[in-house]
Every structure is written in C-alpha cells, then in structure tokens.
Design a binder for this molecule. Structure first.
Ligand code: FE2
Length: 193
C-alpha cells in the first residue's frame, strides 16, 4: 500500500521553490508523515490513559491528559493538509499508518494504578514529539515558512504540556522552572523559536 503514499504530483512551482531553498521535500514528507502518525496514535493511546486516571491522584492529572489528548488530535489535523500540499499523503491502510508513526506507542503501563507510571509514559511521548517536530523545524527554518510555522506551534504546545506534566512530578517549583528554562534554551540553541 506504500505506493499510494507518494502521489504523482505535477511540477508545482511552490515545491520547486522549496527545493531551490535547499529543502529535501521527499525527506520532509517522510518526517511529517511520521509526525502526524505519532500524533494520531498518541491521541488513541492517551484516550486509554485518561480512562485510567482514577482515584485522588489520577483525577489530579486527568485534565492535563485530556488537554494533551485533544491537542494531539488537533496537531494531526493542523499538519495533515500541509502533508498533501507538499505532495505527500496518508497511507491508505491505518495499520500501515500506525506502524510508521515516528514515536513509540504510548501503551497503558501494567502498573497503571501507580500514577507515576502513567506520567512516565506521557512524558516520554511528549519528549519524542518535541524531538520529532524539532527536526521538522530544523529542516524548514528560513526555507519553508509555512511548514515551519505549523511545526513550531505544535512543538511549543508539546513543550507546554511537558511542563504541565513535570509540575506533577516535581513538587519544587524551582526545579520545574529550571526545566522550563532548559527547554527554552535548547530550543534557542537549535534555532527553532
Ligand atoms: Fe502533539
């Protein structure tokens, strides 16, 4: 089914401009397809995680898990049109789509009653999404403003969600603040803000 991932796109001037700007459009399509795959599957897995946020501690993080869940669906919807504009497409078979997602599946942990185990899954998923969209930002900065803008907004939301989750792990506000500053510094160093 992979043959329908790469549409035969007539020479579009906008794509030629991107190539002239130094963007490897095929590689970009591949990265975006993996990224939106991760957003879509994470939306599914976060639904399961949210359902298991029970008890006093679970209720405490339920809202942020719900926000992250809806956010990932929105990320999928925000970037998918750009995938098509670039000449790419979603796999015809959702199984193939899930298999090529750019981040590991955010499985419900066996010991899900321990809320820290759920937080760990969420933090790792957010971290992977930040890396994944950071790569798209690096590739498009100064070369493909439209893709860059979408990826940068998505990545900023992932960073904010990660900070929200960290505040549940760290009871010391200074530690959370330091993490936040480190993330922003990392983004500046990578020229993605
Ligand atoms: Fe996301």
């Amino acid at each position: 089914m992979s043959n329908d991932q790469d549409r035969s796109v007539p020479k579009i001037v906008a794509l030629e401009v991107l190539e002239k700007n130094g963007v490897n459009v095929q590689r970009l399509i591949e990265l975006i397809r993996k990224g939106v795959g991760a957003e879509f599957t994470t939306y599914y897995y976060y639904t399961i995680l949210r359902m298991h946020c029970t008890g006093l501690e679970g209720e405490g993080i339920k809202e942020i898990v719900e926000d992250a869940r809806i956010e990932d669906r929105n990320h999928f919807e925000a970037m998918t049109p750009r995938l098509y504009e670039l000449g790419g497409s979603l796999p015809r078979d959702i199984r193939e789509f899930a298999d090529q997602a750019g981040c590991p599946d955010a499985y419900l942990p066996d010991n899900w009653q321990d809320i820290n185990s759920i937080l760990k899954v969420l933090l790792e998923a957010e971290q992977c999404a930040i890396r994944s969209w950071g790569e798209v930002c690096d590739m498009t900065a100064g070369k493909d403003p439209r893709t860059y803008d979408i990826a940068q907004k998505i990545m900023q939301e992932e960073v904010d969600t990660r900070h929200g989750l960290l505040s549940f792990c760290q009871k010391d506000p200074l530690v959370t603040l330091e993490e936040s500053l480190l993330d922003n510094l990392h983004m500046l160093v990578n020229k993605v803000v």
